[in-house]
Design a protein around this ligand. Sequence first.
Ligand code: GLN
Length: 505
Amino acid sequence: MTDIIRLTAAELADKLNAGELSSREATQAHLDRIAAVDGDVHAFLHINEGAIAAADAVDASRAAGEQLHPLAGVPLAIKDVLVTKDQPTTSGSKILEGYMSPYDATVVARARAAGLIALGKTNMDEFAMGSSTEHSAYGPTRNPWDLDRIPGGSGGGSAAAVAAFEAPLALGSDTGGSIRQPAHVTGTVGVKPTYGSVSRYGSIALASSLDQVGPVTRTVLDSGLLHDVIGGHDANDSTSLTDAWPSFAEAAREGARGDVLKGLKVGVIKELPDSGFQPGVAASFRASLALMEQQGAEIVEISTPHFEYGVAAYYLILPAEASSNLAKFDSVRFGMRVTPEGGATVEDVMSATREAGFGDEVKRRIILGTYALSAGYYDAYYGSAQKVRTLIQQDFDQAFSQVDVIATPTAPTTAFKLGERIGDPLQMYLNDLTTIPANLAGVPGISIPSGLAEDDGLPVGIQFLAPAREDARLYRVGAALETALVDSWGAPLLTRAPQLAGGKN
Ligand code: GLN
């Protein structure tokens, strides 16, 4: 059983297609792993009781000789921001406790149609607001590398599930880094696709102009395989691009094989000096750049002067959009209803429900957002933030006329301790320094493990950004560096993760 959970999705798929393994065995192995370690990790909010039946159905179809998707029968964890008709969806909030959606998110429907087996729904910061999963109304998730540390956020559950070998594949959502930063702190791979390239239909909206769904996995190839399943145009999402996309799995395979790094121009941002990063993070980043140089890449210093204002602009634009998106949780249409004592008006019920149903961070952002949008302050705050957003987009356009990809450390520090930043929202927000600009500009980003920090021995990620619609380039470059790094380590980074209490590894 232990061996099964250590296989990548690509390896599992090969064994399933060769008849060496059944989906029931693969699914059961992951459910057993969840039973063994999730008491400690708390990556899951809900386990799908129908998982084994779904696996059996795939096994039966395969036995009957039906033409199946290559990934059919491989298990998948789903961030609880994505609605599912057969399992509850909470988005990490009390206000949606027990909520059952009448439909599947498009990405979930596509995963289901491909025969992926949903293991369950993963923990997250409430409505995807946070960088540590500590804002979940259902208790925090813990980092499998060190259970006293955060697994990143908001998608800490998906990243921890993949890092703890509870699932080979997971879905996340990234509004300002919630796929990439959890990948960074857990030694996994996370991809934020080009805005509009993966459907947002059925992804509970945080900030609609920034949200993007994407994969969280242990290898670049696995992310490409999952991206191929979930991506592409969806008429139900009004911002969905109609492009024909290449295979991202093929791009990852090309990257792993070829000399993609030869002659590749890698931009390093002048305005992000090493001094802004934990020394172990900066050192790991420099080591990855040196390795890329050895393989023929050219490191080019670029200037994106407005990059550092991304956090300030984001924390006006995001709350503004979130305050509007969350207005629908009004005690009438969805979820919880609290009726105060004594002949309450509609307003009283609404306000009591929102008071009881939303956590502190959600309330903070609703207040910030409505303030930034109020008539007297709209131009000063929201309007200015939108101008900064345009400047950041122009910085990227300019930079990508000089380089093929931009590289940054994925986040300023490694996983911090639970409780360390929860009382200091500003510290928490600054954590998003390097991930947010991609969402503001709509460009794709990938985080891959670059090693362990020399100062604290915890995982570090390197982020690559590419121009909009050039997601395939990220898979090629990511897989090329991943191959070079794993060769230099002799084994994938996660083989060095400490044993989990109660675990079988
Ligand atoms: N940490 C960021 C925030 O708190 C990112 C959230 C996200 O990407 N969903 O908003």
